[in-house]
Design a protein around this ligand. Structure first.
Ligand SMILES: *[C@@H]1O[C@H](CO)[C@@H](O)[C@H](O)[C@H]1NC(C)=O
Ligand SMILES: *[C@@H]1O[C@H](CO)[C@@H](O)[C@H](O)[C@H]1NC(C)=O
Ligand SMILES: *[C@@H]1O[C@H](CO)[C@@H](O)[C@H](O)[C@H]1NC(C)=O
Ligand SMILES: *[C@@H]1O[C@H](CO)[C@@H](O)[C@H](O)[C@H]1NC(C)=O
Ligand SMILES: *[C@@H]1O[C@H](CO)[C@@H](O)[C@H](O)[C@H]1NC(C)=O
Ligand SMILES: *[C@@H]1O[C@H](CO)[C@@H](O)[C@H](O)[C@H]1NC(C)=O
Length: 247
């Protein structure tokens, strides 16, 4: 009876283990889902050829795909239509350096997934991939009331239109304007008059490094001189003592 019971336990244990492994396996079998491809998504929507081109030139498209694969935060893209790009004044894009094009495109990307229901709860300014959201740099504000959702950059006001794509990790919203950031298209702060403090610092910098170095080494050498004199004094004392002792 006892033996049978132990045998029974063993069999149960074995069965449980096998069941667990057989249950675990099918979950892995289908393999990881295909990585999200922002270009493919935009191609399907068929009115974002300029944005696709810019995503490719700046490599921001690849970056979005990689970030989506590697982070749990998700991403949100505000996608200006071809119409939005063609309504920019002539030469706007061509006047930008590669670095500026990159900043312009990063400004349309938020490194978190934002669902439409979260629009009401966001605090301004939004944090975009372009970075610094202070007044003269890359601020982007969202205002919404009812179904109407607007974005303002301080340079342009845009309306957020229908979601082009959303999967809980990536959200792509169509916007009717290119989001032109203050940093590249807005007024810049008036150049601050240099304060006496900065002038002094500039002088110091412009002068030469010796000025600062001298201060330090002076301190060090006077310390060394002090030490030498102390030793000197000690030696004199010893000599005086020896001379006195023997005389
Ligand atoms: C993403 O899709 C585009 C267009 O369909 C394709 O050219 C590109 O190779 C894809 N990228 C990856 C990483 O699969
Ligand atoms: C996605 O991430 C996994 C590990 O997190 C990595 O093994 C894989 O190569 C990545 N795929 C792409 C397309 O970046
Ligand atoms: C959004 O902008 C439109 C004009 O483009 C304006 O009529 C509307 O009041 C704005 N809505 C919000 C919530 O700011
Ligand atoms: C954006 O919102 C912040 C905080 O409410 C405000 O200080 C700033 O002036 C706004 N900027 C623009 C361009 O609307
Ligand atoms: C954007 O909208 C605000 C009001 O919400 C308005 O004061 C501002 O002039 C608008 N800017 C542009 C460039 O249309
Ligand atoms: C001065 O001496 C200190 C150590 O006593 C040393 O750390 C420092 O680098 C020296 N400065 C110069 C300019 O030699």
């Amino acid at each position: 009876m006892t033996f049978n019971f132990q045998f029974f336990l063993l069999i149960t244990l074995l069965c449980t283990t096998t069941t667990t492994t057989t249950v675990a396996q099918p979950a892995q079998a289908p393999g990881p889902p295909a990585p999200t491809n922002i270009t493919k998504i935009l191609e399907k929507a068929s009115q974002f050829t300029t944005l696709i081109r810019l995503f490719s030139i700046t490599k921001v498209g690849d970056q979005i795909n990689t970030q989506l694969n590697n982070s749990k935060q998700g991403m949100t893209v505000f996608a200006p239509t071809d119409n939005a790009f063609s309504s920019l004044s002539a030469g706007t894009l061509n006047s930008l350096s590669d670095q500026q094009k990159d900043e312009l495109i990063q400004f349309h990307v938020i490194p978190t997934f934002i669902s439409t229901s979260q629009f009401q709860t966001l605090s301004n300014p939004l944090r975009t991939q372009a970075g610094d959201s202070t007044t003269y740099n890359f601020p982007l504000n969202m205002t919404s009331s009812g179904n109407q959702v607007n974005l303002t950059t301080g340079v342009v006001n845009a309306t957020v239109e229908n979601p082009v794509y959303t999967d809980g990790s990536l959200a792509v919203y169509q916007v009717d304007k290119v989001l032109l950031p203050m940093s590249l298209f807005g007024p810049q702060p008036p150049a601050a008059a240099p304060s006496p403090q900065t002038q002094k610092e500039k002088k110091k910098k412009a002068g030469d490094e010796d000025t600062t170095a001298t201060g330090d080494s002076k301190a060090n050498s006077s310390r060394r001189i002090g030490l030498r004199w102390a030793l000197h004094g000690l030696m004199n004392g010893v000599i005086a003592f020896i001379v006195m002792y023997y005389l």
